[in-house]
Design a protein around this ligand. Structure first.
Ligand SMILES: NC(=O)c1ccc[n+]([C@@H]2O[C@H](COP(=O)([O-])OP(=O)(O)OC[C@H]3O[C@@H](n4cnc5c(N)ncnc54)[C@H](OP(=O)(O)O)[C@@H]3O)[C@@H](O)[C@H]2O)c1
Length: 297
């Protein structure tokens, strides 16, 4: 299968490319710089520029592009970049493929579990849960809506509402590890909030599952089936690293250091992958212990 991927240089995109290629698929990368090889297509999502004809013959598209959430303090300007980079990329891509005479069969467009907003406590959240409120929920709503041109062109569009991808190579865990390795990690803001996460391997397997699943549409939560509280995740991580002493980190300290980005760490989201499981997807790493072990390997 010919598969086009945006955001392909990122944590998930790099692993997805490797997995697709290893399984005999041909990967076309949409790159925001000059093309350097025949498998690259230059695009400028901020300016809405993409020569759609270059995507002729592509069967599936995976859209992962977006400015990193953990890379800068969330100033008003950076919050705009977080939103606009996702919305512009998705709209540019969806418009381009919608205009093709032979469009791709499926667009898998990334979203986040933050779409469900806060205030859920220990309630179990599946895809029937309505979208919530708050900055990231609003970003996710606009991000998903930006794929509308593809839906209107009868392309099967599904949204992967993904939990925190656990890997040593990037994301939340990579930022936590240095402190935990020093024995200085601990539960965040009381630790009672539920964390929903997924191993990098299962995140990639889920994306591949969905591009191969004929007829997938709408939201799919991409999380391990057994989310746990932040305190429990902390215990599992400390045990795996053989660092039993853990210091709690009060929310005030987090807010002082990280600013508004703290919202993402203290929100309680107990999200389950109901639609993925119903479609037959089996997680290789279903719980915190397996996810942490796979991330540390
Ligand atoms: N990692 C997680 O835990 C996690 C969890 C849930 C959802 N997600 C979402 O999944 C997507 C991919 O995640 P990731 O962890 O692989 O992210 P990542 O490592 O930050 O990679 C994102 C990629 O997006 C492209 N990009 C960066 N800035 C951009 C901008 N201003 N405009 C357009 N494209 C830009 C870059 O690829 P190019 O340079 O190749 O264009 C970058 O490598 C993101 O949208 C993220 O929010 C991630």
């Amino acid at each position: 299968m010919r598969v086009a991927v945006t955001g392909s240089s990122g944590l998930i995109g790099t692993a997805l490319r490797a997995s697709l290629s290893a399984n005999g698929h041909q990967v076309l990368r949409l790159v925001r710089r000059r093309e350097q090889s025949a498998d690259e297509i230059s695009w400028d999502p901020a300016a809405g520029r993409l020569d759609g004809s270059r995507l002729d013959g592509v069967e599936a598209v995976v859209n992962l592009a977006g400015a990193g959430l953990g890379e800068h303090r969330w100033t008003d300007g950076y919050k705009r970049a977080i939103r606009d980079s996702r919305v512009n990329a998705t709209w540019t891509l969806a418009t381009a493929i919608a205009g093709l005479s032979d469009p791709p069969r499926v667009l898998v467009s990334q979203s986040r579990i933050d779409a469900y907003g806060g205030g859920h406590g220990a309630e179990i959240i599946d895809e029937d849960e309505p979208l919530g409120e708050g900055f990231l929920a609003d970003v996710c709503r606009d991000w998903e809506e930006a794929a509308a041109p593809a839906t209107a062109a009868d392309i099967a569009v599904c949204f992967t509402r993904m939990g925190a991808v656990m890997s040593q190579r990037g994301g939340t865990l990579a930022r936590m590890l240095p402190l935990f390795r020093l024995g200085l990690g601990g539960p965040l803001a009381g630790g009672r909030q539920y964390w929903s996460f997924v191993s990098l391997a299962d995140a990639v397997r889920a994306l591949r599952f969905l591009i191969e699943l004929h007829g997938c549409t709408g939201p799919y939560n991409v999380t391990a089936p057994e989310p746990v509280t932040n305190a429990e995740f902390t215990r599992v991580l400390a045990r795996a690293l053989r660092r039993p002493t853990v210091l709690p980190v009060p929310e005030l300290v987090l807010r002082t250091v990280l600013g508004e980005m703290t919202d993402q760490l203290v929100v309680s989201l107990r999200v389950v992958p109901a639609r993925l499981s119903a479609a037959g997807f089996v997680h290789r790493h279903p719980d915190a212990t397996a996810v942490v072990a796979s991330a540390l390997r």
